[in-house]
Design a protein around this ligand. Sequence first.
Ligand code: NAD
Length: 263
Amino acid sequence: FLEGRTALVTGSTSGIGLAIARALAAHGARVAVNGLGSPEQIEAAVRSVREAGAPDARHFGADLRDADAIEAMMADIADWSPLDVLVNNAGIQHAAPIADMPVAKWNDILAINLTSAFHTMRLALPGMAARGFGRVVNIASVHGLVASKEKAPYVASKFGIVGLSKVTALEYAASGSRDSGGVTVNCICPGWVETPLIEPQIEARRNGGSREDGVKSLLSEKQPSLRMSLPEDIGAMAVWLCRREAHNVTGTALPIDGGWTAQ
Ligand code: NAD
């Protein structure tokens, strides 16, 4: 159902972003891949998205800490094809108590996890509204809904993107129609997902034991299902939000967290 549509997934050279890009591709979307990595990793990601079914896939290499680079990327993508689906997924983490948090980490986390989405949305939403269809899916976190210690910039960025998404959802709520699908803005709020991002946190919890022990320790603290999500599980929700039938699902923050925020 995404044939003829174009999607940008930020941070799609790895983890959840790559799984979302592949899931959109499997439904026929053309995909703009973004993210850092070695030339081999980037090439592998683009190939993987093509193999998943994208009629076209290209890498757009903006470093999302740089507003000018984001503007240039959005202009390049608009020249390539009008953007119908925007997934703001790129994100980084650094865990430390606030008193020990490096200022540079605060700046980078806010820039990548929050400010980059402000830029991509302000540049993409007017075109979506003009065409009567648009989907913005922002990958927040349970940490956009509840806090954990030692994650000051991450939690601030994720609460920020949940709020930003609600504002833009309201501003574009009346765009388009039930038939065209409208313009919606939503957040997905995952708990623990098996990706490279959480490996340092698993490592910190091993206490001399195995990786499995580290995983068990993380899950038993906050995620009652005691199961991590797979990146593909998040991809499936992103795809559903892009369906026409989801035209009235806007301004939401949907947890995929094994019961974390039910407690
Ligand atoms: P990951 O480390 O596997 O992927 C992160 C992606 O962001 C990579 O493609 C990377 O190149 C890109 N990126 C990082 N810095 C960038 C920059 N300056 N410019 C452009 N791209 C940049 O991580 P992931 O776990 O797949 O995380 C994806 C998103 O999901 C993040 O926003 C993260 O906060 C969120 N999330 C992850 C989990 C989890 O448990 N893994 C849970 C909740 C939310």
